[in-house]
Ligand binder design. Sequence first.
Ligand code: IPE
Ligand code: IPE
Ligand code: MG
Length: 252
Amino acid sequence: MTHSSSTQVIPLVTNVPQHIAIIMDGNGRWATRRYLPRVAGHAKGVEAVRGIVEACSARGVKFLTLFAFSSENWRRPPDEVSVLMRLFMTALDREVAKMHANGIRLKVVGDLSRFEVRMQDMIAAAEARTAANTGLTLTICANYGGRWDILQAMKKLVAARPGCTEFSEEDLAQHLSMAYAPEPDLFIRTGGEERISNFLLWQLAYTELYFTDTWWPDFDGVALDAAIASYNQRERRFGRTSEQLVEPRKVS
Ligand code: IPE
Ligand code: IPE
Ligand code: MG
């Protein structure tokens, strides 16, 4: 199923965002503040993921997308990169059965070819196991970059239509790695920085942006509710004037 594009069709707006996308930032600083090694912050960050997945499921969010490792994070010290990989594999190993029991569908997007084969296999197995689940779709972006995504979509599109030079936005969008999801309604970045850091560049066209100083390991259900409350204050106009929003602004 392909979802409509916010630049072509005005999306349905609901009180509970259908799709929340999060840049989970601030693990390192959370740890440094406690005189702990940075990796302790990443370990604590995994616990926060568990809490937010549960909180989103409980609130009826349909899609939760988490930026776990960017295509630029390879620039970090090799020790930190390998700890992050190990944490990811351990979490996959430990959590998939529980996610499956809770009806969660797991997706991992990004250039996975750079990961070790064992990890690629674990990802494929976890995705296959949870593929038919109808609860929350949890997407983990790993070795993901927004520019990489647009470029890989373009390559697929050109390969699918040799010689063709006329393409629409939809033609490209259906090859993006998250074509199975609607565009995010709410973007959250923890950790105080106010930037996109090469996350979902195409899909964030009309997403409401929310930035908080809270470090990711401290981000809990209460913090999530504050973000959703902020979202509910927004008037999503999608290019129109305020006066044109004649219908009730939000439906529940
Ligand atoms: C986010 O926390 C986790 C990843 C990028 C993997 P950081 O590790 O970026 O934490 P800070 O920004 O250094 O505090
Ligand atoms: C963005 O955080 C990537 C992830 C959370 C995975 P970074 O900490 O890598 O972003 P920058 O470097 O501060 O922009
Ligand atoms: Mg950071």
